[in-house]
Structure formats: C-alpha cells, structure tokens
Write a protein that binds this ligand. Structure first.
Ligand code: GLU
Length: 304
C-alpha cells in the first residue's frame, strides 16, 4: 500500500496528465486507456490533469479538444480537471521551501550558453558531451559556482534567471538510497512490483523553474500528484528516467511516493515515438475518418 492509499483507506487514485499544447494522438489514447482500465480493475478513480504551465504553447482550444476526445474515447473522470496554471502559488511555495534550505540557485545561462559550456567542457576532457536522460546537454553547473556578490548583483539588476536544484547538496541531505516501486511489465501490462534504484544525479542540476515559466514539469508534477492524492502514476516509458528526479523531489518536499507503472509507447513506421511535429495523426483526424473508439483500442494494441 502506498502512503496515500493508507490515508485513503486503500482507495487507489490514477491520473492522466496531458499538456494542452496540441491535439491528442494515439500515444495519448494508449496512456489514457491503460489508466482507465487500470483504475477500473482496481476499483479506483481516474483524474484528469491539464499540464498547462507553459502559457506560450498551451491553448484553451486544445484543452477543450482533449476533454472532448477523451469523452468520445470513453474515458471519464469524476471531478473537474486540475489545471496547473491555476496553481502557480503552490509550486512557488514548494520552491521557497527548497530555497530556504539552500538547495536552489538562480541560473542566468541561456540555452545557447549551456550548450557552449557543455561542449567546451567535453572538448577539454576529451570526452563526448554529457547528456541528461532526455538527451539534452547536461548543465555544467556554471551558475552554481558564481560568487555570491556576483549572483546578488545580477539579481538586483533584474537579469532573467531560471532556478536550478543543487542536486549534490540535495542528495547529501539524506544518504538513504532512493528507489521507486515499479509495476509495469515494459509493455501495457502489470508485472510483480519491484524496486528500481533512482539516480537523480544523471539529470545534473535540474531546472525547477524556467526564465519564462515560474515552475517546471518536474516540480509541478510531484506537487500535483501529492495534492491530488495520486497513488498510481501510469505513464509512458519515455518518462521512466524522470521518475528518479521525481522521487528526489518527493523526498525533499516530504511528499508520499506513489507506485509507478511505465508503459510501452506507440511508435510510428520509423520506430519513433509519435509526435505531432513528425506528422502523427490526431485522434480528431482519426475520428473524422470515421474510426470508432473500438478501432482506436485495436490500433493501439489493446484487447477489445
Ligand atoms: N504532461 C506530460 C506529457 O504530456 C505527462 C506527465 C506525466 O504523466 O507525468 O507528456
């Protein structure tokens, strides 16, 4: 039983958490249906969360289309969707708690500067450029080393700053090994629960807030999973690596650890994860072509 389940007398809570920055495609449909089926099998509840912290890229029209497409697919949730854009103060207070312990520092580097610094370091070491589990250049810690006076000066002059987690310091706070409980079988099904060792240092000093967005995916997802009493995080295996960082943030913030189930992805003909930018058809398109919800289940390889 997870901590949340104990609190809720054994009731299990699942969530599907798309970002309304585009229309849903078959990959989202697979995740939503696996969540729905798992919640039903567990006699639990499925919640919908709209991960819309990026106000530049998210659109109200996409949020409405997500709600409509999921309804058509037969996925339902018992309460209004949680919208992350309505909870910035909650993420801020989590950040403030970490900052008060000296675990967060401002980072003034642009994306280009991070790239250049990581390339320069790799060239100096004669090694390939280090990357995080998403394949992005690993932040070389430039602003972690800024002298306090320089940091204060830049902040005082209003230089735009992101906020990063000092991961070495965060790990030093608690030497106990970090792990998560994984129940996915690598496909769409369940496996006997096992503990997976979490190594959040592979992310480097992760961003907890961006220059233009006052939080990050990683921070808001753990704050919200806790706020919504989520006991079971069922999501694509592309987020498997992120779970290590999520477990660290949960431990730092004193939040309960859900159980995790990472499921297979729907791949395109080239073996790549579906994406709108690579031309994956939306559920909207497929509905327009006359496919039924049962056809969608079949297309994503779920039993009728
Ligand atoms: N919003 C994320 C996405 O659309 C999913 C986050 C999660 O399930 O943890 O990829």
């Amino acid at each position: 039983m997870t901590d949340h389940e104990a609190e809720r007398g054994g009731a299990r809570v699942f969530r599907f958490a798309p970002s309304p920055n585009g229309l849903l495609h078959l990959g989202h449909a697979l995740s939503a249906l696996i969540n729905r089926d798992a919640a039903a099998a567990a006699g639990g509840t499925l919640l919908l969360r709209l991960e819309d912290i990026d106000r530049e890229r998210c659109r109200e029209a996409y949020a409405a289309a997500i709600v409509d497409d999921l309804g058509w697919l037969g996925v339902a949730w018992p309460e209004p969707p949680r919208r992350q854009s309505e909870h910035f103060p909650l993420y801020r207070s989590a950040l403030d708690r970490l900052a008060a312990r000296g675990l967060v520092y401002p980072c003034f580097c642009t994306r280009g500067a991070v790239l250049a610094a990581s390339a320069a370091r790799a060239a100096a070491d004669g090694r390939p450029r280090p990357v995080d589990p998403d394949g992005a250049p690993l932040y070389p810690g430039t602003c972690r080393h800024l002298p306090p006076a320089e940091r204060a000066r830049r902040l005082a002059e209003g230089s735009p700053a992101a906020l990063r987690l000092d991961v070495a310091k965060a790990l030093a706070e608690d030497a106990a090994p970090l792990a998560w409980r994984e129940c996915g079988d690598g496909g769409g099904g369940d496996a006997p629960a096992r503990d997976v060792a979490a190594d959040p240092a592979t992310w480097g000093d992760a961003l907890l807030a961006r220059r233009e967005v006052p939080t990050s995916y990683h921070l808001s997802v753990v704050v919200d999973d806790a706020a919504q009493g989520v006991t079971d995080v069922v999501r694509g295996v592309d987020l498997f690596g992120a779970t290590a960082l999520h477990r660290l943030l949960q431990r730092l913030l004193g939040l309960p650890a859900p159980r995790y189930h990472h499921h297979r992805l729907v791949l395109d003909a080239g073996g790549q994860k579906l994406s709108k930018s690579r031309g994956a058809p939306s559920l909207r398109d497929l509905r327009g072509e006359g496919l039924t919800p049962a056809d969608i289940r079949r297309r994503v390889g779920l039993p009728a």
